[in-house]
Design a binder for this molecule. Sequence first.
Ligand code: ATP
Ligand code: MG
Length: 391
Amino acid sequence: MARPYIVHYGELGLKGRNRISFERQLVNNIRRALEDLEDQGQMKVQRLPSYLLVKPPSEVPEAKVEARLQQIPGIAYFAPIVTTPLDIAEITSAAVEMAREIITPETTFRIQATRGNKTFPITSPEVGREVGGAVQEATGAPVNLRHPDVTLSIQIYDDQAYLFARRIRGLGGLPVGSSGRVLALFSGGIDSPVAAHLLMKRGCLMDFVHFHLLRGESEIRESKIAAMARKVLVPHRAPGRLHMLSAAPFEAAMAGLDSRVATVVFRRFIMRAAESLANRRRIPALVTGESVGQVASQTLKNINLISEATQLPILRPLIGMDKEEIIEIAQSIGTYELSIKPYQDPCSLHARHPATWARHSAVEEVETRIDVDALLEETLSQHLLTIRITF
Ligand code: ATP
Ligand code: MG
């Protein structure tokens, strides 16, 4: 049975005049993320001056609510609470009652009191001492201020006090929707879903573009790519579009040409296509899963050649990360299993030994040979299927 939760945001507190709109965004996001648990009754999400309260219908299992809240960007931490009026006797007796359930003479504890409401006549250290004394007497447990087994928190606000003993760490970051929309270049691999996730954690809404070698609409719609895009969006229930472009015309045009620069030429082609799709939707930035030196196309030289293909900024949240770190995040967001499923990626057709230091002139020569502008036009007008992902 779920108790109410107090929800604290971290960085949002720094947002000055924009703070209210950030808070509203977070409230809406929490509502949306918990919506489908509502068949048991209404989920209440309330905005107070420096925190939020989430009140789930009492029949909803707390593990479910907590798993959802842990995935929502913008939450620093949250905790299931007991609420009392602003009265030290009431606070003390609620604390003692709570302590009796979880503190024994063998567990050490401390009281951590904060006073958001300075008109409350008793200072935080005094609350700590008073409640701590009463808890000690009731349980026989010793106080340990530095490394306690249990920290009992008391937060005093305008017209209520909140008590909790279990604090759950949130994802951090900013509420999705507070930073605009970006377009992720999405492959079937491990990295790009992690890159998209990290930008969502910074408050971005997400569209995706993928170049494939699939055939037929149902194969495209049922591909693992569509499942992966959905997986990235689902914790936020934030709608997005997945633009599926066929790489077949590109592959056909490239047949027989200098394959050592093929990977770079393909990446530049992807950038151009992404820019065009982004402009249609007024999306101001692209996202990739590149990381310096990870593969041949990701040397600094090749990254430069790839960046030159677009005017839009390319956000690369994984740029300094190791594969191990990336895999860890992929596992935590549930995309890893899909990423490692076999899939024919267009670039798997390219050279076995791609140039790590492609020459500009060689790249441009190939691009002229394949008539890259016409190819782009053809691909975007005849080989695009856009899938709307909704919740
Ligand atoms: P990933 O694990 O994301 O596939 P990777 O380690 O395989 O990355 P590359 O294949 O060099 O690295 O791809 C670098 C980036 O280029 C990807 O992270 C992705 O953003 C983009 N990209 C690669 N292939 C495609 C594709 N078929 N369609 C769209 N974008 C792609
Ligand atoms: Mg890849």
